[in-house]
Design a protein around this ligand. Structure first.
Ligand code: ATP
Ligand code: MG
Length: 157
């Protein structure tokens, strides 16, 4: 169990990196399952682990669907879980539009697989405590999400 009382709030407890490959639907979910296992091993509460897995899965799917390749990076401190999903790909031209519920450029074959409802980015934003997205057309996209660990959030509010 992670005893957050005796450790400095910004001390890195666990960090990791996991590769993502565009188009590799067979491996969809592996990055989020990896992170979920790491967080569960730390004894973090179920709701926190669930939220981290949801946002990571959505970001991971976007790399698989829209990008060439990418990485999941995660950093856990007693204060928070930081999740960064960075890719090389065509990027997002209009981020404001991409963040709107229901906006999707997924091709029909992706929609047939059940993806492409335009809900991933809004879900990531809603489910994380801090959400940032940066994209450069022709280069790639980076999504950074932070989930506060319960006790710390309570202290800071
Ligand atoms: N990593 C990315 N690289 C390039 N474009 C992206 C990326 N992530 C999202 N987009 C663009 O933003 C749009 C909205 O993304 P979002 O995740 O909200 O919905 P979706 O992936 O289309 O559908 P869903 O997530 O519901 O399966 C995508 O359709 C795509 O055009
Ligand atoms: Mg998506």
């Amino acid at each position: 169990m992670l005893n957050t009382n005796s450790i400095p709030l910004d001390k890195l407890i666990v960090e990791g990196i996991f590769p993502l490959v565009g188009g590799n639907f067979a491996k969809a979910g592996e990055a989020s399952i990896h992170l979920k296992q790491k967080l569960t091993e730390l004894g973090l509460n179920e709701d926190i682990v669930r939220r981290a897995a949801i946002v990571t899965f959505e970001a991971e799917m976007n790399v698989i669907i829209y990008a060439v390749a990418g990485w999941l990076h995660y950093y856990v401190t007693p204060r928070q879980i930081k999740i960064i999903v960075q890719d090389m790909g065509h990027g997002i031209e209009n981020i404001e539009l991409a963040l709107q519920e229901g906006y999707s450029t997924a091709p029909p074959w992706v929609k047939e697989m059940g993806w492409g409802s335009g809900m991933g980015l809004p879900n990531m934003k809603r489910t994380s405590d801090e959400f940032k997205i940066d994209s450069v057309v022709g280069e790639g996209t980076t999504v950074e999400m932070i989930i506060y660990l319960n006790n710390v959030k309570a202290q800071n509010k």
